[in-house]
Design a protein around this ligand. Structure first.
Ligand code: MD6
Ligand code: FE
Length: 217
């Protein structure tokens, strides 16, 4: 499974692992940018506070969420969808910082998606015990664009399933600075996150943040 991409003038911190024909785990790809990402997140989270969204069936999600970019993913009793702002407070999502966009585009290009133009960044915050049940990401208009996922803070076990809910799942450890890119034939794979184990991370403290970049429209 592990195969290093050929060395270039600007290699990622370590290797790249193929998770499927269109899915790649870029180990440590965002590690160098992490302090700047974390700094940029502070004013952003002050403007668009993290909150526990409600699923259409009425459950409160254990992961706290917010967004930046032209569009943001939300869930409420009416369903899952992208909105230009948070319906809870009527405010637009903060703009996507240039650093975020550049990082997402660089990771996508590294994984073979040179034309990625993210217009939405979903920010997920995991406190200890927070989890995300098995799901597909299918609320984006154009499923030919990949998703780029950046992990910061405490490590977590990611469940990587198949195109059908019942298929077996691999357990993949995602660490601070890891980036997963997936698209093409892997775009609709089921996936989830096991409950976060308590711990302390030098930069983020007792939490994990995950940024997922999408082309929503
Ligand atoms: C997470 N990620 O890592 C949750 N979805 O916290 C996702 O649900 C996800 O990482 C689509 C593509 C990449 C992802
Ligand atoms: Fe997802």
């Amino acid at each position: 499974m592990t195969g290093d991409l050929f060395a270039t003038a600007d290699p990622p911190a370590s290797g790249s692992e193929a998770l499927g024909p269109g899915a790649f785990l870029l180990h440590g790809f965002a590690a160098g940018d992490a302090p700047a990402l974390w700094a940029a997140l502070q004013p952003l989270l002050a403007q668009a506070p993290l909150r526990h969204m409600i699923t259409p069936s009425g459950h409160r999600m254990s992961v706290a969420m917010t967004n930046c970019g032209a569009l943001g993913w939300i869930s409420d009793r009416a369903g899952y969808r992208y909105e230009p702002g948070d319906p809870q407070n009527g405010r637009p999502w903060p703009p996507m910082p240039a650093l975020f966009r550049r990082l997402a585009q660089a990771a996508a290009a590294r994984a073979g998606f040179p034309d990625f133009q993210p217009d939405a960044c979903l920010i997920n915050r995991y406190a200890p015990e927070a989890r995300l049940s098995l799901h597909q990401d299918r609320d984006e208009r154009d499923l030919s664009a990949p998703i780029v996922s950046v992990s910061l803070g405490l490590p977590v076990i990611f469940l990587w399933g198949g195109l059908k809910r019942q298929e077996p799942r691999q357990r993949i450890r995602l660490e601070h600075g890891d980036v997963v890119v997936w698209g093409g034939p892997d775009r609709l794979r089921y996936h989830g996150v096991l409950p976060l184990q308590a711990g302390h991370h030098a930069l983020l403290g007792e939490q994990r943040l995950n940024l997922t970049f999408r082309q929503a429209r």
